[in-house]
Structures are given as C-alpha cells and as structure tokens.
Ligand binder design. Structure first.
Ligand code: UTP
Length: 297
C-alpha cells in the first residue's frame, strides 16, 4: 500500500521578476487575492488534502512569509482587546498551522534545485510539491485528487491541464497514454517545447506528488542552458526507472505568476465572496474609464 502523503513543499525562492517593482521588497507569494496572500491559498489546499506538514523553501527577502505563518502577539492582543473575535480567529487559524518548517535555497538555481534542498526535511517518504502561483479552486482540492491517484497507483503523480496549442511553450508537456478518464501513464515529458515539437497539449501545472527517489534523480540532472536544474528534467530521468502518472485536475486554475492571470484571479475570488460579489459585480458592469482618460488628457 502507498505510504501516506503528509508533507507539502512550497518552493518560494524565485525572484518574482514579472511583478517588479511590487516584488522588490516583498515576496510575490504575499500579494493578496482580495485579502488573503497567494501562498495561503496553497497552504490551505495542502491541509484540506491531508498534508499538514508544510515545508517552505525561501530565499532572500522572504521574511514576510515566515512572519505571516508565525504568531503575532501584539496583533492578537489588540484584536482581543477590541473584541474583534472574527478577525482574531482568522489570524489564529493561520498561526495555528504549527507544522511549518523553512529551508533556504541559497541561490535560485531552478525549481529542481529548490526541491533538492528539502531532501533532509522530507526524508524517506512521499511528498507533495505545490507551486503557489497556480491557485486552483476545486472540490475535492486539486492535491487531494492527485493523492487519491497516488494511493491507488503508488507512483509519482503530476497535475495535468489541457492548454490551447499556442500556449504549450510555456509549460512542461507530456506524451502519455490515458489509462482511464483523466489519468495518464506518462511516456515522456518535454520542458517548454515549441508548438511543433509538443507531443500533446497536456501541460504539467503546479502540483506534484513525488517519491523520495526524485532526489538522487535530481542530483544526477545536469543544469540546463540557463544554469538551472529543472524538475521536469529530473522527472524525465526518474521515468527511466519507474512509471510516472498524470492526473487531469477538475477545477478552475489561475496562474497568478503573470499579471493578467493575477488580475483574473483577484476578480474571480472577489466574485466568489458573498460579502463583495454583489457590489463588485455592479461596479464591473458599470465601469467607465471616461473620467480617468479625461483626467490624463
Ligand atoms: P517561476 O520561474 O515561475 O518563478 O518559478 P519566479 O522566478 O519567482 O518568477 P519570475 O518568472 O521571475 O516572475 C516557479 C516556482 O518555483 C519557485 C518560484 O518561487 C515559484 O514558486 N522557484 C523557482 C524556486 O523556489 N527556486 C528557484 O530557483 C526557481
């Protein structure tokens, strides 16, 4: 029987250059979708999927993430004194996620390298990797859907989404056989292929359930042209030794790592909020940039 997936790794040591200048002094993982930082959506998904041991890979300038998941005594005392119980509970809910560990990735040498630095913390058990940029609204949660497949097939599982042909070069793409609706056995994977090279339009998105044999595979994986160790290349190496599966995620994904995706996610999650949906929808319907344009003239 497959071992339980208890640990979830969050690589968060990238530089977030696509969001400069916002990310000059704060990590992109802390940008909010409405009032919740992006990283918290992923952490809540991991917890709801049964992985309650959170491992964050951080780098320079990421202290805000650590503070966010830490207890803030001043804030709690203040909210308590003012009788703001609802907010207090919300804040405590975050710091009660006691099982958070941190590991530094000295230099951002790629996603594969970020996973490699968690080796000691993960140890000899299966684990999840969640890229916080991909925020997925799904029920059951995306990671839970994948863990179900992992528990059945007992091999690494990658999250898959069908993407338009013109977008394949932004993703790792799989060549695979569909073994049952939404579950694939992977034959090969290619990192960011051109449209003509792409074996399919099945893209790997930001969720992985991995087994500890990924670590030696990553150690043997050469750096790519940009000097980074790619997780996809490590998986390709591992594929020589064992079957790897794909699981098509049933849910709505937003890639908040680019500006348009981020804006869409903000609107989407605002419209999902009962306290904001009505007035916000009215605002969007009646939006008139006439005045603003006029002001610039
Ligand atoms: P991205 O390439 O999307 O993130 O990496 P980035 O480098 O932060 O952003 P841009 O492209 O400069 O705007 C995908 C994920 O892998 C993590 C990132 O933090 C992000 O969550 N990552 C990437 C690392 O932790 N370490 C790395 O060396 C590279």
């Amino acid at each position: 029987m497959a071992q339980k997936v208890r640990k979830a790794v969050f690589p968060a040591a990238g530089l977030g250059t696509r969001f400069l200048p916002a990310t000059k002094a704060q990590p992109k993982e802390m940008l909010p979708l409405v009032d919740k930082p992006i990283i918290q959506y992923g952490v809540e998904e991991a917890l709801a999927s049964g992985a309650d041991n959170i491992i964050l890979v951080t780098g320079r300038g990421k202290n805000a993430i650590e503070d966010h998941f830490d207890v803030s005594v001043e804030l709690e005392t203040f909210l308590e004194a003012r009788g703001k119980t609802e907010l207090l509970n919300e804040i405590r809910k975050i710091s009660n996620l006691i099982n958070v560990s941190y590991v530094r990735q000295g230099e951002p040498l790629g996603l594969g390298h970020a996973v490699l630095v968690t080796r000691t913390l993960v140890g000899p058990e299966p684990f999840a990797v969640i890229l916080g940029d991909d925020v997925i609204d799904a029920n059951p949660p995306a990671l839970r859907q994948m863990i179900d497949v992992f528990e059945e097939l007992d091999g690494p599982v990658l999250a898959i989404e069908e993407v338009p042909k013109q977008d394949v070069s932004a993703y790792g793409i799989i060549d695979a056989e569909e073994v049952r609706p939404g579950v694939y056995r992977i034959r090969d994977l290619v990192e960011k292929p051109t449209r003509d090279e792409a074996p399919s339009n099945l893209a790997i998105i930001g969720r992985y359930v991995l087994t500890p044999d990924i670590f030696p595979a990553l150690e043997e994986t050469a750096k790519d042209r940009t000097g980074e160790i790619q997780l996809t290349n490590g998986l390709r190496r591992l594929l020589r030794e064992r079957p790897i599966y794909g699981c098509r995620i049933d849910g709505v994904r937003h890639d908040t790592g680019n500006k348009l995706g981020f804006l869409r996610a903000v609107v989407y999650f605002a419209l999902r909020r009962p306290d904001l949906a009505g007035p916000f929808r009215d605002y969007l319907r009646g939006i008139d940039l006439g005045q603003a344009t006029g002001a610039r003239r």
